[in-house]
Design a protein around this ligand. Structure first.
Ligand code: IPM
Ligand code: MG
Length: 356
Protein backbone atom coordinates (compact mmCIF):
# COMPACT_ATOMS: atom_id res chain seq x y z
CA UNK A 1 0.00 0.00 0.00
CA UNK A 2 1.12 3.59 -0.65
CA UNK A 3 1.00 5.82 2.43
CA UNK A 4 1.46 9.55 2.65
CA UNK A 5 2.15 10.59 6.23
CA UNK A 6 2.29 14.17 7.51
CA UNK A 7 4.70 14.44 10.44
CA UNK A 8 4.17 17.29 12.92
CA UNK A 9 6.76 17.00 15.71
CA UNK A 10 5.90 20.31 17.45
CA UNK A 11 7.57 21.37 20.68
CA UNK A 12 9.47 20.10 23.71
CA UNK A 13 9.95 16.33 23.59
CA UNK A 14 7.81 16.22 20.41
CA UNK A 15 10.74 15.91 17.96
CA UNK A 16 12.48 13.10 19.95
CA UNK A 17 9.43 10.91 20.41
CA UNK A 18 8.27 11.49 16.84
CA UNK A 19 11.69 10.40 15.55
CA UNK A 20 11.10 7.01 17.22
CA UNK A 21 7.55 6.79 15.87
CA UNK A 22 8.83 7.45 12.35
CA UNK A 23 11.52 4.77 12.72
CA UNK A 24 8.94 2.22 13.81
CA UNK A 25 6.57 3.20 11.02
CA UNK A 26 9.37 2.78 8.47
CA UNK A 27 10.38 -0.60 9.85
CA UNK A 28 6.82 -1.93 9.76
CA UNK A 29 6.27 -0.57 6.25
CA UNK A 30 9.43 -2.29 5.07
CA UNK A 31 8.51 -5.59 6.69
CA UNK A 32 4.97 -5.60 5.25
CA UNK A 33 5.87 -4.13 1.88
CA UNK A 34 4.26 -0.68 2.09
CA UNK A 35 5.60 2.43 0.42
CA UNK A 36 5.63 5.41 2.78
CA UNK A 37 6.44 9.04 2.17
CA UNK A 38 6.90 11.38 5.12
CA UNK A 39 6.42 15.14 4.92
CA UNK A 40 7.26 17.23 7.93
CA UNK A 41 5.48 20.48 8.85
CA UNK A 42 5.46 23.13 11.54
CA UNK A 43 3.02 23.38 14.44
CA UNK A 44 2.89 24.96 17.92
CA UNK A 45 5.57 27.23 19.38
CA UNK A 46 7.99 26.05 16.69
CA UNK A 47 5.57 27.42 14.07
CA UNK A 48 4.99 30.67 15.97
CA UNK A 49 8.74 31.26 16.07
CA UNK A 50 9.19 30.43 12.38
CA UNK A 51 6.14 32.04 10.78
CA UNK A 52 4.07 33.66 13.55
CA UNK A 53 1.17 31.18 13.27
CA UNK A 54 0.81 28.00 15.40
CA UNK A 55 -1.03 26.16 12.58
CA UNK A 56 0.19 27.63 9.29
CA UNK A 57 -1.86 27.20 6.10
CA UNK A 58 0.89 25.06 4.56
CA UNK A 59 0.66 22.67 7.49
CA UNK A 60 -3.11 22.41 7.07
CA UNK A 61 -2.77 21.80 3.37
CA UNK A 62 -0.23 19.06 3.94
CA UNK A 63 -2.52 17.40 6.52
CA UNK A 64 -5.48 17.58 4.13
CA UNK A 65 -3.42 15.98 1.38
CA UNK A 66 -2.03 13.15 3.51
CA UNK A 67 -3.49 9.76 4.48
CA UNK A 68 -2.68 10.24 8.17
CA UNK A 69 -0.99 12.71 10.50
CA UNK A 70 1.56 11.73 13.14
CA UNK A 71 1.59 14.45 15.77
CA UNK A 72 4.03 15.03 18.66
CA UNK A 73 3.12 17.71 21.20
CA UNK A 74 2.74 21.47 21.53
CA UNK A 75 3.41 23.93 24.32
CA UNK A 76 6.20 26.05 25.74
CA UNK A 77 6.74 27.53 29.23
CA UNK A 78 7.38 30.93 27.64
CA UNK A 79 3.66 31.09 26.82
CA UNK A 80 2.46 29.44 30.04
CA UNK A 81 4.18 32.19 32.01
CA UNK A 82 2.53 34.89 29.94
CA UNK A 83 -1.27 34.81 30.28
CA UNK A 84 -1.53 37.80 27.92
CA UNK A 85 0.32 36.24 24.98
CA UNK A 86 -1.58 37.04 21.77
CA UNK A 87 -0.93 33.67 20.13
CA UNK A 88 -0.39 30.38 21.95
CA UNK A 89 1.06 27.06 20.77
CA UNK A 90 -2.08 25.18 21.90
CA UNK A 91 -4.15 27.25 19.46
CA UNK A 92 -2.30 25.36 16.74
CA UNK A 93 -3.52 22.03 18.05
CA UNK A 94 -7.07 23.33 18.44
CA UNK A 95 -7.06 24.85 14.95
CA UNK A 96 -5.85 21.56 13.50
CA UNK A 97 -8.57 19.58 15.31
CA UNK A 98 -11.26 22.04 14.20
CA UNK A 99 -10.14 22.44 10.59
CA UNK A 100 -9.73 18.70 10.09
CA UNK A 101 -13.13 18.12 11.73
CA UNK A 102 -11.66 15.65 14.25
CA UNK A 103 -14.70 15.34 16.45
CA UNK A 104 -13.91 11.98 18.07
CA UNK A 105 -10.75 11.40 20.05
CA UNK A 106 -10.21 7.74 20.91
CA UNK A 107 -8.05 7.18 23.97
CA UNK A 108 -7.63 3.54 24.92
CA UNK A 109 -6.50 2.86 28.50
CA UNK A 110 -4.94 -0.58 28.96
CA UNK A 111 -2.65 -1.79 31.67
CA UNK A 112 0.39 -3.93 30.87
CA UNK A 113 1.00 -6.89 33.19
CA UNK A 114 4.72 -6.09 33.16
CA UNK A 115 4.02 -2.67 34.66
CA UNK A 116 1.40 -3.52 37.26
CA UNK A 117 3.69 -2.46 40.10
CA UNK A 118 4.31 0.94 38.48
CA UNK A 119 0.75 2.06 39.04
CA UNK A 120 -0.09 4.00 42.19
CA UNK A 121 -3.12 1.69 42.56
CA UNK A 122 -3.10 -1.80 44.02
CA UNK A 123 -2.45 -4.57 41.45
CA UNK A 124 -5.80 -6.28 42.00
CA UNK A 125 -7.61 -3.07 41.05
CA UNK A 126 -5.83 -2.52 37.77
CA UNK A 127 -4.84 -5.92 36.42
CA UNK A 128 -6.89 -6.32 33.24
CA UNK A 129 -8.06 -2.71 32.96
CA UNK A 130 -9.09 -2.13 29.35
CA UNK A 131 -11.36 0.73 28.45
CA UNK A 132 -11.70 3.29 25.70
CA UNK A 133 -12.48 6.92 26.33
CA UNK A 134 -14.21 8.63 23.42
CA UNK A 135 -13.64 12.33 23.95
CA UNK A 136 -15.52 14.92 21.90
CA UNK A 137 -12.80 17.10 20.41
CA UNK A 138 -14.15 20.07 18.48
CA UNK A 139 -16.74 21.63 20.77
CA UNK A 140 -17.52 22.62 24.36
CA UNK A 141 -15.54 25.08 26.42
CA UNK A 142 -12.49 24.77 24.20
CA UNK A 143 -14.26 26.40 21.28
CA UNK A 144 -17.37 28.14 22.64
CA UNK A 145 -17.68 31.86 22.09
CA UNK A 146 -17.85 34.43 23.61
CA UNK A 147 -14.64 33.94 25.50
CA UNK A 148 -12.67 36.75 27.06
CA UNK A 149 -12.45 39.50 29.64
CA UNK A 150 -14.62 42.40 30.65
CA UNK A 151 -13.36 45.84 29.75
CA UNK A 152 -11.92 46.49 33.19
CA UNK A 153 -10.18 43.09 33.01
CA UNK A 154 -11.64 41.90 36.30
CA UNK A 155 -14.13 39.40 34.95
CA UNK A 156 -13.43 36.54 32.54
CA UNK A 157 -15.80 34.16 30.76
CA UNK A 158 -15.85 30.99 28.65
CA UNK A 159 -18.87 29.50 26.95
CA UNK A 160 -19.82 25.86 26.73
CA UNK A 161 -21.87 25.16 23.60
CA UNK A 162 -23.01 21.87 22.06
CA UNK A 163 -25.46 21.26 19.27
CA UNK A 164 -27.55 18.10 18.99
CA UNK A 165 -25.64 17.16 15.84
CA UNK A 166 -22.23 17.49 17.50
CA UNK A 167 -23.33 15.23 20.34
CA UNK A 168 -25.06 12.71 18.10
CA UNK A 169 -22.09 11.99 15.86
CA UNK A 170 -19.64 11.35 18.69
CA UNK A 171 -22.12 9.30 20.71
CA UNK A 172 -22.66 7.11 17.64
CA UNK A 173 -18.91 6.56 17.31
CA UNK A 174 -18.85 5.49 20.97
CA UNK A 175 -21.75 3.05 20.49
CA UNK A 176 -20.03 1.55 17.47
CA UNK A 177 -16.90 0.88 19.54
CA UNK A 178 -18.99 -0.51 22.38
CA UNK A 179 -20.56 -2.95 19.88
CA UNK A 180 -17.08 -4.16 18.89
CA UNK A 181 -16.00 -4.49 22.52
CA UNK A 182 -17.79 -5.61 25.70
CA UNK A 183 -21.02 -3.78 24.87
CA UNK A 184 -21.14 -1.32 27.69
CA UNK A 185 -21.25 2.46 27.27
CA UNK A 186 -20.83 4.99 30.06
CA UNK A 187 -22.07 8.47 29.17
CA UNK A 188 -20.26 11.00 31.37
CA UNK A 189 -21.85 14.39 32.00
CA UNK A 190 -22.86 16.90 34.64
CA UNK A 191 -26.56 16.89 33.82
CA UNK A 192 -27.53 17.89 37.35
CA UNK A 193 -25.95 21.32 36.71
CA UNK A 194 -25.17 22.04 33.06
CA UNK A 195 -27.63 22.66 30.22
CA UNK A 196 -25.18 21.23 27.67
CA UNK A 197 -24.94 18.06 29.75
CA UNK A 198 -28.71 17.72 29.80
CA UNK A 199 -28.72 17.87 26.01
CA UNK A 200 -25.95 15.21 25.96
CA UNK A 201 -28.07 12.97 28.14
CA UNK A 202 -31.21 13.55 26.07
CA UNK A 203 -29.42 12.77 22.81
CA UNK A 204 -27.72 9.67 24.24
CA UNK A 205 -31.08 8.43 25.55
CA UNK A 206 -32.56 8.88 22.08
CA UNK A 207 -29.75 6.93 20.38
CA UNK A 208 -29.55 4.12 22.96
CA UNK A 209 -32.52 2.10 21.55
CA UNK A 210 -30.64 1.79 18.22
CA UNK A 211 -28.04 -0.28 20.09
CA UNK A 212 -30.17 -2.59 22.25
CA UNK A 213 -27.26 -4.97 22.86
CA UNK A 214 -25.25 -2.23 24.54
CA UNK A 215 -25.83 -1.57 28.22
CA UNK A 216 -25.89 2.22 28.63
CA UNK A 217 -25.12 3.89 31.95
CA UNK A 218 -25.03 7.57 32.83
CA UNK A 219 -22.52 8.96 35.31
CA UNK A 220 -21.87 12.46 36.56
CA UNK A 221 -18.29 13.42 35.84
CA UNK A 222 -17.28 13.70 39.50
CA UNK A 223 -18.60 10.21 40.15
CA UNK A 224 -16.87 8.91 37.01
CA UNK A 225 -13.54 10.36 38.22
CA UNK A 226 -13.98 8.50 41.50
CA UNK A 227 -14.97 5.20 39.88
CA UNK A 228 -12.01 5.32 37.54
CA UNK A 229 -9.82 4.95 40.63
CA UNK A 230 -12.10 2.65 42.59
CA UNK A 231 -13.33 0.19 39.96
CA UNK A 232 -11.51 0.96 36.69
CA UNK A 233 -12.30 -2.53 35.39
CA UNK A 234 -16.01 -1.67 35.28
CA UNK A 235 -15.50 0.59 32.27
CA UNK A 236 -15.65 -0.54 28.66
CA UNK A 237 -16.35 2.55 26.53
CA UNK A 238 -16.85 6.05 27.95
CA UNK A 239 -18.11 8.99 25.95
CA UNK A 240 -17.87 12.56 27.11
CA UNK A 241 -17.51 16.19 26.15
CA UNK A 242 -14.18 17.81 25.36
CA UNK A 243 -12.98 19.12 28.72
CA UNK A 244 -14.25 16.23 30.85
CA UNK A 245 -12.48 13.90 28.44
CA UNK A 246 -9.24 15.85 28.70
CA UNK A 247 -9.27 15.57 32.49
CA UNK A 248 -10.45 11.96 32.76
CA UNK A 249 -7.87 10.63 30.29
CA UNK A 250 -4.95 12.11 32.24
CA UNK A 251 -6.42 10.31 35.23
CA UNK A 252 -6.73 7.15 33.14
CA UNK A 253 -3.10 7.35 32.06
CA UNK A 254 -1.76 7.05 35.60
CA UNK A 255 -3.63 3.76 36.06
CA UNK A 256 -1.19 2.26 33.58
CA UNK A 257 1.88 3.41 35.50
CA UNK A 258 3.11 6.20 33.26
CA UNK A 259 1.65 9.04 31.28
CA UNK A 260 4.14 8.09 28.59
CA UNK A 261 2.12 5.04 27.56
CA UNK A 262 -1.18 6.35 26.25
CA UNK A 263 -1.73 6.73 22.51
CA UNK A 264 -4.70 8.32 20.77
CA UNK A 265 -6.45 8.57 17.45
CA UNK A 266 -8.54 11.56 16.43
CA UNK A 267 -11.03 10.82 13.71
CA UNK A 268 -13.70 12.81 11.94
CA UNK A 269 -14.35 14.54 8.66
CA UNK A 270 -10.89 14.72 7.11
CA UNK A 271 -7.43 13.17 7.70
CA UNK A 272 -7.08 11.34 11.03
CA UNK A 273 -4.42 12.40 13.52
CA UNK A 274 -2.43 10.06 15.76
CA UNK A 275 -0.76 11.49 18.84
CA UNK A 276 0.43 10.53 22.31
CA UNK A 277 -1.86 12.01 24.98
CA UNK A 278 0.99 13.37 27.10
CA UNK A 279 2.17 16.90 26.54
CA UNK A 280 5.41 18.53 25.41
CA UNK A 281 7.27 18.15 28.75
CA UNK A 282 9.64 21.07 28.00
CA UNK A 283 11.95 20.33 30.96
CA UNK A 284 12.89 17.02 29.34
CA UNK A 285 13.37 18.33 25.81
CA UNK A 286 16.59 17.16 24.19
CA UNK A 287 17.53 14.90 27.11
CA UNK A 288 16.41 11.63 25.52
CA UNK A 289 14.53 10.62 28.67
CA UNK A 290 10.97 10.82 27.33
CA UNK A 291 9.09 7.55 26.88
CA UNK A 292 8.47 6.93 23.17
CA UNK A 293 5.90 4.17 23.75
CA UNK A 294 2.81 6.41 23.62
CA UNK A 295 3.96 7.60 20.19
CA UNK A 296 4.91 4.11 19.03
CA UNK A 297 1.49 2.81 20.13
CA UNK A 298 -0.07 5.77 18.28
CA UNK A 299 1.69 4.45 15.16
CA UNK A 300 0.02 1.07 15.83
CA UNK A 301 -3.32 2.90 15.93
CA UNK A 302 -2.38 4.72 12.70
CA UNK A 303 -2.02 1.40 10.85
CA UNK A 304 -5.21 0.02 12.38
CA UNK A 305 -7.49 3.04 12.09
CA UNK A 306 -6.24 4.97 9.06
CA UNK A 307 -5.39 1.95 6.90
CA UNK A 308 -7.28 -0.98 8.49
CA UNK A 309 -3.99 -2.87 8.68
CA UNK A 310 -4.37 -4.93 11.85
CA UNK A 311 -1.37 -7.27 11.43
CA UNK A 312 0.92 -4.25 11.27
CA UNK A 313 -0.63 -2.86 14.47
CA UNK A 314 -0.30 -6.22 16.21
CA UNK A 315 3.34 -6.46 15.16
CA UNK A 316 4.05 -3.12 16.88
CA UNK A 317 2.10 -4.06 20.02
CA UNK A 318 4.02 -7.32 20.31
CA UNK A 319 7.36 -5.57 19.96
CA UNK A 320 6.32 -3.07 22.65
CA UNK A 321 5.36 -5.93 25.00
CA UNK A 322 8.71 -7.60 24.36
CA UNK A 323 10.53 -4.39 25.23
CA UNK A 324 8.65 -4.29 28.55
CA UNK A 325 9.40 -7.98 29.19
CA UNK A 326 13.07 -7.29 28.55
CA UNK A 327 13.04 -4.17 30.76
CA UNK A 328 14.09 -1.94 27.89
CA UNK A 329 12.41 1.17 29.30
CA UNK A 330 12.91 4.89 29.82
CA UNK A 331 13.41 6.17 33.40
CA UNK A 332 9.69 6.77 34.08
CA UNK A 333 9.14 2.99 34.14
CA UNK A 334 12.18 1.83 36.07
CA UNK A 335 13.01 1.78 39.75
CA UNK A 336 16.24 3.37 40.97
CA UNK A 337 18.26 0.16 40.47
CA UNK A 338 17.05 -0.62 36.93
CA UNK A 339 19.09 0.16 33.85
CA UNK A 340 17.64 3.21 32.16
CA UNK A 341 17.40 3.39 28.41
CA UNK A 342 17.32 6.51 26.30
CA UNK A 343 14.35 7.43 24.13
CA UNK A 344 16.25 6.45 20.99
CA UNK A 345 17.52 3.17 22.49
CA UNK A 346 13.97 2.05 23.25
CA UNK A 347 12.98 2.96 19.68
CA UNK A 348 15.98 1.12 18.21
CA UNK A 349 15.27 -1.97 20.30
CA UNK A 350 11.65 -2.08 19.15
CA UNK A 351 12.72 -1.57 15.52
CA UNK A 352 15.14 -4.51 15.84
CA UNK A 353 12.26 -6.71 17.05
CA UNK A 354 10.06 -5.63 14.16
CA UNK A 355 12.78 -6.45 11.66
CA UNK A 356 13.22 -9.96 13.07
C1 IPM B 1 -4.56 16.86 25.25
C2 IPM B 1 -3.84 18.11 25.69
C3 IPM B 1 -4.40 19.31 24.95
C4 IPM B 1 -5.87 19.43 25.29
C5 IPM B 1 -3.65 20.62 25.22
C6 IPM B 1 -2.19 20.53 24.89
C7 IPM B 1 -4.28 21.78 24.50
O1 IPM B 1 -3.93 18.25 27.08
O2 IPM B 1 -4.54 16.56 24.04
O3 IPM B 1 -5.15 16.19 26.09
O4 IPM B 1 -6.23 20.02 26.30
O5 IPM B 1 -6.68 18.93 24.51
MG1 MG C 1 -4.86 16.64 28.08
Amino acid sequence: MKMKIAVLPGDGIGPEIIAEGVKVLEAVAERFGHEVTFNEALVGAAAIDAVGNPYPDETHELCMNSDAVLFGAVGHPRFDKDPNAKVRPEQGLLAMRKQLGLYANLRPVETFDQLIDKSPLRPELIQGVDFMCVRELTGGLYFGRPQGRSEDGNTAYDTCVYSREEIERVVRVAYEYAMKRRKKLTVVDKANILATSRLWREVAQEIAPEFPEVKTEFLFVDNAAMRMIQWPKDFDVLVTENMFGDILTDEGSVLTGSMGLLPSASIGLHTSVFEPIHGSWPEAAGKQIANPLATILSVAMLFEYAFKLTDEGTCIRQAVKKSLDAGVCTPDLLGSDGKKFKTRDVGDWIVSQIKN
